[in-house]
Design a protein around this ligand. Structure first.
Ligand SMILES: Cc1ncc(COP(=O)(O)O)c(C=O)c1O
Length: 353
C-alpha cells in the first residue's frame, strides 16, 4: 500500500503539525510563558526529590486537586487535573460532543480550538468577535445544534478580557457547555469564573501552570466545573495522564503565591511601557489584560518576524490571518527584554525602509 492522507480519519485529513520553530538559542517572546524563568518552588522540588519511577502516578492526581481545592475554597471533586489545559479542552469535546456536532469558536481566538473540535469528529462553527474584539453573544447563541462553545478570557491572540456581563449572558443563554479558557486570567487582575461554576451548571473553567506559574515544560493544567460535569469528564480523561513528577512540582508551586504576585506585577508595570514603545515605532497595539500584546505592524509582518529572528528574538506572527492582518504578538518582557526587543524592532524597520 502506498499510504496517502486518504487513509486518515476524514475529520483530521487536512491537519498540519503545530507551530514548532527550529531553535538556535533565540530569546522566546513567542509563547507567552513567564519571562522571569522557571518557577523557583517547582525547580527546588525537582532538585530535592526522588521518585519511585516504577510506580504509576495517582490515577486522578488527588494531591494536586486537593491543593487546588484548598487554594480556591472548593471541593477537589469539582476539579480535574491533567497534561496541560490542552488536554482539559480535549476532554471537554470528547465528553460532550458526538460525531458531526457543532461547537462554536470565536474568531480570532486560540488556534487549537478548531483542532480539538475536529479531532473529536465535530464541526467548528466560527463566530467573529465584534470590531473591538468583544463577544457577539447573539450570534454565538443562535448557532443550531451547538453542544459546546469555548471562550478564552483574556483572549489569545487579542489579549483583552471579554466583558463579564457578556460572559454571564453567554453562559445563561447558550444551550450547551460553555468552556472558559482562563490560561492568562492571573494577569488580568480579576478572579475569573472559577467560583461561578457553583452557580452555572453548564460552565467549565480551564487553567494552566504553563503561563504565570512558569512550568510549561512540565505540562500541567486543570479544570473546574460542578460535580456532575466533572464526574462525566473524569470517566473520559485518560487515566494517569498527569505524571507524578509534574504533579509534585505543581503542588510545590502552588505554595509560592509570592512568585505569582511578582510575575503579575512585573507584567502590569511593563505592559503599558511596551505598548508605548511599540506605538512610538509606528505600531497599533491593541488593549491587553494579559502578558502579551497584539499589535499591527508598520512594516510587512513576515519581514518583521523573520528580521527579529535573525537578530535572536522570536515573536509570534498572526499577520496572515483574517481579523489580525499584519499583526504580531510579542510576550511582555522584563524592562531589559522589552528595551532589547524595541531596539531590534527599530533596526529591522530601518533595514526594511
Ligand atoms: C488560550 C490558551 N489556552 C490554552 C493554552 C494551552 O495551555 P497548556 O500549556 O496548559 O496546554 C494556551 C497556550 O498557549 C493558550 O494560549
Amino acid at each position: 500500500m502506498e499510504p496517502d492522507r486518504s487513509i486518515m480519519r476524514e475529520t483530521t485529513r487536512d491537519f498540519q503539525t503545530y507551530y514548532s520553530p527550529m531553535l538556535h538559542g533565540e530569546i522566546r517572546l513567542d509563547t507567552n510563558t513567564n519571562v522571569l524563568g522557571s518557577n523557583p518552588a517547582a525547580a527546588k522540588y525537582l532538585r530535592t526529590h526522588t521518585w519511585d519511577l516504577n510506580g504509576y502516578p495517582d490515577t486522578y492526581s488527588r494531591d494536586l486537586r486537593t491543593a487546588l481545592g484548598e487554594l480556591y475554597g472548593i471541593e477537589s471533586d469539582c476539579i480535574i487535573a491533567g497534561n496541560g489545559s490542552d488536554e482539559m479542552i480535549d476532554v471537554v469535546f470528547k465528553t460532550f460532543t458526538n460525531w458531526g456536532d457543532n461547537s462554536v469558536v470565536p474568531v480570532p481566538s486560540y488556534s487549537l480550538y478548531d483542532y480539538f473540535v475536529k479531532m473529536n469528529g465535530g464541526r467548528a462553527i466560527p463566530v467573529d468577535l465584534t470590531e473591538d474584539f468583544q463577544l457577539d453573544v447573539d450570534s454565538m447563541v443562535k448557532q443550531e445544534n451547538a453542544k459546546v462553545t469555548i471562550v478564552p478570557s483574556p483572549n489569545n491572540p487579542t489579549g483583552n478580557c471579554f466583558r463579564t456581563k457578556d460572559l454571564e449572558e453567554l453562559i445563561s443563554r447558550f444551550d450547551g457547555i460553555v468552556v472558559m479558557d482562563e490560561a492568562y486570567t492571573e494577569y488580568s487582575g480579576n478572579d475569573g469564573f472559577i467560583k461561578k461554576t457553583a452557580e452555572f451548571d453548564n460552565l467549565v473553567v480551564t487553567r494552566t501552570f504553563s503561563k504565570v506559574y512558569a512550568m510549561a515544560a512540565l505540562r500541567v493544567g486543570y479544570m473546574v466545573a460542578n460535580r456532575k460535569l466533572t464526574d462525566m469528564m473524569m470517566s473520559v480523561k485518560i487515566p494517569y495522564s498527569l505524571n507524578a513528577i509534574s504533579e509534585g512540582a505543581a503542588v510545590a508551586a502552588l505554595k509560592d503565591q509570592d512568585f505569582v504576585k511578582r510575575s503579575v506585577s512585573m507584567v502590569a508595570e511593563q505592559r503599558p511601557k511596551l505598548a508605548d514603545g511599540l506605538r512610538k515605532l509606528g505600531f497599533e497595539p491593541f488593549p491587553s489584560d494579559s502578558n502579551f500584546i497584539l499589535a499591527r505592524s508598520p512594516i510587512d509582518h513576515t519581514a518583521l518576524v523573520e528580521g527579529l529572528k535573525r537578530k535572536g528574538i522570536l515573536i509570534r506572527d498572526f499577520g496572515s490571518k483574517r481579523r489580525t492582518e499584519n499583526c504580531v504578538r510579542p510576550t511582555v518582557g522584563t524592562e531589559e527584554l522589552n528595551r532589547l526587543l524595541l531596539e531590534k524592532i527599530a533596526e529591522v524597520i530601518d533595514e526594511c525602509r
